[in-house]
Ligand binder design. Structure first.
Ligand code: ADP
Length: 258
C-alpha cells in the first residue's frame, strides 16, 4: 500500500498554498485584463485627436477652402495637437509611476509661503471665470513632502475645481493640522460628480459625460495621477460630492517626521 498519509499540518499548508496560488492566478488575470483595457483606452484616446488632425489637414490640402474656414480648421488642428501633447505628458507620468522610477524628494515645506505662491499661479484662471478663490492660509505650519509633487497634486485638483464650476463660482483651499495629521481640503460649488460615478472617479481615463469633457480638454488621467502621488507620500485622498452642489477633496498627510 503506497498511499501516503500527509501529516495534518502539511495538508493544511498545502491547502493554504493551493488557495494562494488560486488567488494569485485571479490577481494576474485581473491585472492582465486591466492592462489590456488600459492599452485599448490609450490607443483610442490617441487615435481620436489624430483622426481630427488628419481629417482637417486633408481638407486644407485637397479642397483649398476659403480663408475663414481655413482658420477654423487650423484652430481645430492646433487644439487637437495640444490635446495629444497633454495626453502624452500624462502617460509618461503614469509610466514613471508604474515603474516606480520616480522618487519622492521630501523636504520641509513652509506651507504659508507655498500656498501664497500657489494662489498667485491660479489667479489668472480664477479671474478669467470671475471666480472667488478663498485660501485659508495657516501661519507657521510645515509639512514634510515633495514640493514639486505637492504643487502638482493641488494644481490638478484646483484646476478641476475651476474647470467644472460655473462662471462666478467659489473655490476654497483649507489647510489645518490635527494631532498627528495635516489636512488639505479643496472645495468648489460647481457641477459636482453624480453618485454613481464617484467610485470610479480616480480610475485612469474615467470621465463623467465623456462627450462633454472633450470640449473641456481633459485627459481623464489627472485624478489617477493625483491619487498615485498622494499614496506615494503615504497620504490618503477622499472625495465627497453632490451634483449641482459641489465637490470636496480631502488629503490627509501623516506628519511623523520631526
Ligand atoms: P479630466 O482630465 O477629464 O479633468 P480627471 O482625472 O482630472 O480628468 O477627472 C476625472 C473626471 O472627474 C472629470 O472628467 C470630471 O468629470 C470629474 N471631476 C473631477 N474633478 C471634478 C470637480 N471638481 N467637479 C466636478 N467633477 C469633477
Amino acid at each position: 500500500n503506497f498511499a501516503v498519509t500527509l501529516p495534518q499540518k502539511s495538508a493544511d499548508e498545502l491547502g493554504e498554498l493551493a488557495t494562494s496560488i488560486e488567488t494569485l492566478a485571479t490577481d494576474l488575470n485581473y491585472l492582465k485584463r486591466e492592462r489590456n483595457e488600459f492599452l485599448a483606452s490609450i490607443s483610442h484616446e490617441l487615435r481620436t485627436p489624430l483622426t481630427y488632425i488628419k481629417g482637417y489637414a486633408d481638407i486644407l490640402l485637397k479642397q483649398n477652402p476659403p480663408t475663414d474656414e481655413r482658420e477654423k480648421y487650423l484652430a481645430i488642428i492646433v487644439t487637437e495637437i495640444n490635446r495629444l501633447n497633454l495626453l502624452i505628458q500624462d502617460l509618461f507620468e503614469l509610466a514613471k509611476i508604474d515603474k516606480n522610477s520616480f522618487v519622492i524628494k521630501k523636504e520641509k515645506i513652509d506651507l504659508s509661503i507655498f500656498l501664497k505662491r500657489l494662489e498667485r499661479k491660479l489667479t489668472p484662471a480664477i479671474n478669467e471665470k470671475n471666480m472667488i478663490f478663498n485660501v485659508h492660509n495657516p501661519s507657521s505650519l510645515n509639512l514634510h513632502a515633495d514640493p514639486i509633487r505637492l504643487e502638482q497634486i493641488l494644481l490638478n485638483l484646483l484646476d478641476n475645481a475651476i474647470k467644472y464650476s460655473k462662471t462666478g463660482g467659489l473655490v476654497e483651499l483649507k489647510v489645518w493640522k490635527e494631532k498627528k495629521t495635516i489636512h488639505f481640503l479643496i472645495r468648489d460649488n460647481g457641477k459636482g460628480v453624480p453618485e454613481k460615478d464617484i467610485p470610479y472617479i480616480f480610475n485612469r481615463f474615467y470621465r463623467v459625460e465623456k462627450s462633454r469633457k472633450r470640449s473641456l480638454g481633459g485627459t481623464g488621467l489627472g485624478l489617477s495621477i493625483v491619487q498615485e502621488l498622494v499614496h506615494a507620500h503615504g497620504a490618503e485622498i477622499t472625495l465627497k460630492s453632490q451634483e449641482q452642489i459641489g465637490t470636496e477633496f480631502e488629503i490627509i498627510f501623516k506628519e511623523n517626521e520631526k
